[in-house]
Ligand binder design. Structure first.
Ligand SMILES: CC(C)(COP(=O)(O)OP(=O)(O)OC[C@H]1O[C@@H](n2cnc3c(N)ncnc32)[C@H](O)[C@@H]1OP(=O)(O)O)[C@@H](O)C(=O)NCCC(=O)NCCS
Length: 179
């Protein structure tokens, strides 16, 4: 059984996070960008790590900004070797749970219009398409879809999220022990 750990990123993680960022997103943020996230009390930057003999290897990152009553999910990435094992769902679930604990009311994010994998994942968590931002990504000129999930402060959402959490934990427990 492999051990998994989710924890807030710390400054020492930055080089590993930047390497994973390159793999997952082709370089969204620089080392300085991640340092800003770690130092900001408005940002939740989480790492998902495999633990082996007390050595940690970061295989996932997720980030959320808390802006007024909104949770902006700014990135979510899993190392390509670990896709389709519910680990992206686990990180998204953990970010959304943090948003609920902070009593935020809505969650939103932008995703490349053609990124159907990510769209499927977010739709599973109740996000709906609310519009498009043209030429949103400066490097590629691609459009972004804006996704929203309202009512994350409602008790029904807490129940829904807990159902997801149980299902995800059940699924990953075939391979991983989360601590
Ligand atoms: C998006 C991403 C985080 C998903 O991570 P993952 O750990 O593979 O996802 P999960 O195993 O939790 O899958 C959750 C759901 O996502 C969707 N999904 C995942 N992989 C998919 C694929 N290859 N094709 C279609 N849907 C897929 C499915 O709805 C899946 O649910 P299911 O397993 O019940 O069908 C991962 O693909 C990734 O890092 N991609 C590159 C970065 C990125 O695009 N991030 C999102 C924008 S910030």
């Amino acid at each position: 059984m492999k051990l998994l750990k989710i924890q807030p990123a710390i400054a020492e993680n930055i080089p590993e996070i930047v390497a994973l960022d390159q793999l997952c997103f082709n370089g969204i943020w620089s080392e300085d960008g991640y340092r800003r996230e770690i130092n900001s009390d408005k940002s939740i930057l989480l790492t998902l790590s495999l633990v082996n003999n007390s050595e940690l290897k970061i295989i996932g990152i997720g980030c959320l900004w808390s802006i007024l009553e909104e949770a902006h999910i700014t990135l979510l990435g899993i190392h390509p070797d670990y896709h389709r094992q519910s680990l992206g769902s686990l990180l998204l679930y953990t970010l959304l749970k943090d948003a609920v604990n902070r009593q935020l009311e809505r969650a939103t994010l932008e995703v490349v219009t053609g990124n159907q994998v990510a769209i499927n994942l977010y739709e599973k968590f109740g996000f709906k398409v609310a519009g498009t931002r043209k030429n949103y990504y400066p490097k590629t000129g691609e459009d972004a879809l804006i996704l929203w999930r309202n009512g994350i402060d409602k008790p029904e959402y807490t129940t829904e999220l807990e159902d997801w959490g149980n299902r995800i934990r059940d699924h990953i427990s075939q391979q991983y022990l989360l601590y």
